[in-house]
Design a protein around this ligand. Structure first.
Ligand code: GCU
Length: 413
């Protein structure tokens, strides 16, 4: 009886103090596969970080091909764009000597700049022409979709959808704040439907030789972002040491994988990337692993769906994806009504990534308490905000990203 009471007391008193991480069975980002805990930055960089990248590649996003030799064609270069406010460039990037697959990067830089500028790079959903009502933006012939049912806002790569997504790309404001912006249509890299990996860069590189750990579409988009960076670092108008990669939703998942695997990105920003992005899979709110791998089987390598219904067996969770960005600043944004992306799970990933930032001697998020709506956390190298409203990329989100960049890069106007 005494023992029973003692055990009851131990459970009652100790359990509330057990960290949430233990309760949720969250893998420790600093524990090596062989069980020993990482104690130095060197051990993290030489052993644990590669180990985690390998886990995500093998089980989730798939292995991507090595960067090919690229070639670039400058399609346009105007110094007097947007009523004199911008320099506009459009650059076609060819991925192979075979020039059938390419992507166009649309770049706007502040016209009045006196030195190379920091740039935000992100993919768009509807074609470069959709991000601003600028008649000079070229329209791609890749993955054109005239969606009669959903209306012109959802037309991909058509004249009718020119400018329809400008609320997601406040280019005038970005330029005013002293930043440049670069964007690519994700359909140039890999059209977003399940065609057995025949089109886009998969068709070009896989040649039908796929395994259960071959790259899926998220990895392909991430790879496209990295190839855009290959170009940007050669452009003397761009400050190559200050390129942030960002993305919304599925493209936020891609931005995270791009930034986690390429240290040249100086900052990584996830906007409402949810399941398969910033949200902790083990949080089991909003979209589930089973739902995402059923609806979008082409997004991941085929091993990933085998974890449906048994997420506790995953040898990683999404906080470790954020941790791969350390010590570079990483930002996670959620919206209150976007329950499908699981704001709480996104916040918890940011919390559990912190030990790796601390290993470097940096503050991560700096709190375990979810902030109030509209009260961003920008103190440490992990940033977070929860805004009012629905699933979207808004001017408010951009203001926070630029505030965070101003702070960490000491830039800004
Ligand atoms: C779907 C999907 C999400 C994804 C979103 C988007 O809702 O389930 O995982 O983030 O589309 O990309 O808009």
């Amino acid at each position: 009886m005494r023992n029973a009471i003692a055990s009851f007391l131990i459970v009652a008193l100790i359990l509330p103090f057990a960290t949430m991480a233990q309760k949720k069975n969250i893998p420790d980002p600093l524990k090596l596969a062989r069980g020993v805990r990482v104690k130095t930055v060197d051990e993290w960089e030489s052993i644990r970080r590669p180990e985690i990248r390998e886990l995500f590649s093998r089980h989730m996003y798939g292995y991507s091909p090595a960067p090919p030799e690229l070639s670039y064609r400058i399609l346009s270069h105007d110094r007097d764009a947007l009523d004199g406010k911008a320099i506009r460039k459009q650059v076609r990037v060819f991925f192979a000597p075979d020039t059938s697959v390419w992507m166009d990067i649309l770049i706007y830089l502040p016209a009045r700049k006196t030195s190379p500028v920091p740039v935000f790079l992100g993919m768009n959903f509807y074609g470069n022409q959709a991000v601003w009502n600028d008649p000079a933006i070229l329209i791609t012939p890749n993955w054109v979709d005239q969606n009669e049912v959903l209306g012109v806002e959802n037309n991909r790569a058509t004249e009718a959808s020119r400018g329809v997504r400008s609320s997601r790309w406040p280019i005038d404001r970005i330029l005013e704040r002293g930043y440049g912006v670069a964007t690519i249509y994700y359909g140039d890299v890999d059209p977003d439907f399940d065609d057995g990996f025949m089109n886009g860069v998969h068709g070009l590189f896989d040649k039908g030789n796929r395994t259960e750990s071959s790259w899926g579409s998220i990895a392909a988009w991430a790879w496209g972002l990295q190839r855009a960076l290959d170009y940007l670092v050669t452009d003397s108008d761009v400050d190559a040491s200050k390129v942030a990669v960002l993305g919304h939703s599925r493209l936020g998942k891609a931005a995270l994988w791009a930034g986690a695997t390429d240290e040249r990105f100086a900052m990584v920003i996830s906007n409402e990337s949810g399941e398969g992005g910033a949200a902790l899979t083990r949080n089991e709110k909003g979209e589930s692993l089973e739902q995402i791998t059923t609806t979008f089987p082409h997004w991941f390598c085929s091993v990933y769906k085998s974890f449906a219904g048994r997420v506790n067996d995953l040898p990683f969770d999404q906080h470790m994806l954020l941790a791969l960005v350390a010590p570079r600043p990483v930002y996670v944004a959620s919206a209150v009504e976007d329950l499908w992306a699981d704001p709480e799970g996104e916040f918890l990933s940011a919390v559990y990534a912190e030990p790796v930032y601390k290993l470097y001697g940096h503050k991560g998020l700096g709190t375990r308490k979810m902030p109030d709506v509209g009260k961003p956390l920008h103190e440490g190298r992990i940033g977070y905000h929860l805004r009012e409203g629905k699933h979207d990329l808004t001017a408010y989100d951009w203001e926070q990203f630029m505030n965070f960049a101003d702070k960490h890069w000491r830039t800004g106007k």
